[in-house]
Design a protein around this ligand. Structure first.
Ligand code: BDR
Ligand code: CA
Length: 360
């Protein structure tokens, strides 16, 4: 990914300068100088837009704990569960792992429809309502999520912040509709959503896109400079097994233990509802975040992607023009493959970390 390459390039430049300074000191006959300022690898800033849920929870922990990422905020949206639950669950996750990341409550319904395209089928086996964590001690910001996105991306410094939506795209689309000028600074989106070969909520559609198809259409038609889509096609190729989950639990960290609990629940859900033979589950949203740190965890093709908002059988479908049947230019890099062992290794390494002590 260009952005990650840019980050690495910056790091190498800084490291090179420190190296030259040290070499000059030795030539002058002194001891190897301790650099006054260590060349630290700049962290990639991200904002996660979440409908927390079990896999969002793993993505949040990954984003908050990975040393190459700086999670500057989380915005919540209606999705896996209602907005009051997705907001409370997001706060619970951050409290549990001991990080202070601002949380902004967002849209409680799709941008056009008064509810989901078809009625919701009740509670979810994969997510429950409240995550299995103690009630949150911290509170959401008084600023609304859409206002936060508009304020943030109105500033040129925000060009460094990748927006990572892993729920229905209601907040992002509403921000774009209210303030289209933010596209000057909102230059990169990496989203989990969509499906090419398989749906999960219907035969055609993936949940995040299906849950607010008009919003997804706004995002895919927005012209954002870089758009990466991580659909079910990739996430189902990077599953976390029962054995992997046991290894996460054995890490003994708050993040490892919580992730194992959530993933076990997901595995149970997939075995019951998908009649999946293998005891393993995709952790969709975490794969999207992992791909920002290491693009090799997914493999992508470029294509034009648009969203069906009308078809009775196909509403919420992401339509990939893989053979350029239309004249539309590619507007997205679409992940169709994933490296499962690498993804699992990244989860183990990242969720084995604990939050730095306050003030450290
Ligand atoms: C997506 O929908 C939600 O259920 C998950 O959190 C994930 O973002 C998968 O279709
Ligand atoms: Ca999600």
């Amino acid at each position: 990914m260009d952005n990650a390459t840019g980050t690495r390039r910056g790091f190498l430049r800084a490291a090179g300068m420190a190296g030259i300074a040290g070499w000059a000191g030795l030539r002058a006959g002194g001891q190897a100088p301790v650099p006054a300022v260590r060349a630290a690898r700049p962290r990639q800033k991200i904002i996660l837009d979440v409908d927390t849920g079990t896999d969002d929870a793993v993505a949040l922990m990954f984003g908050a704990l990975h040393p190459d990422l700086e999670l500057v905020g989380a915005t919540t949206v209606n999705g896996n569960v209602g907005i009051e639950f997705t907001t409370e669950n997001t706060l619970r996750v951050f409290d549990h792992i001991g990080v202070k990341v601002p949380v902004y409550r967002g849209m409680g319904s799709p941008i056009v429809r008064s509810d989901f395209p078809t009625p919701r089928s009740g509670g979810s086996a994969f997510h429950g309502q409240h995550l299995d964590l103690p009630a949150a001690r911290s509170r959401a910001s008084d600023t609304d999520a859409v206002d936060f996105l508009i304020q943030t991306y109105s500033r040129p410094e925000a060009r460094e912040i990748i927006l990572v939506p892993v729920g229905p795209l209601s907040n992002v689309a509403m921000a774009l509709k209210r303030a289209p000028r933010i596209l000057e600074n909102l230059t990169e989106i990496v989203l989990m959503g969509g499906a090419h070969d398989m749906g999960n909520v219907t035969a055609s559609a993936e949940f995040n896109v299906w849950a607010d198809p008009e919003a997804a259409q706004v995002v895919f038609r927005s012209g954002v400079a870089k758009l990466t889509m991580v659909p079910l096609d990739a996430t189902h190729k990077a599953q976390v097994s029962r054995e992997d989950s046991a290894r996460l639990r054995a890490l003994g960290t708050p993040a490892g233990t919580a992730a194992a609990t959530f993933i076990d629940r997901r595995i149970q859900g997939y075995m019951e509802y998908d009649r999946q033979a293998r005891a393993a589950a995709p952790v969709h949203d975490a794969l999207a975040v992992a791909s920002i740190v290491n693009p090799a965890v997914i493999s992508t093709v470029e294509a034009n992607v648009d969203v069906e908002t009308e078809g009775p059988l196909t509403v919420g479908r992401t339509v990939l023009d893989r053979r350029t049947r239309s004249n539309a230019k590619p507007n997205a890099r679409v992940a169709l493959g994933a490296d499962e062992p690498l993804f699992v290794r990244m989860l183990l390494e990242t969720l084995g970390r604990t939050a730095p002590a306050a003030g450290a």
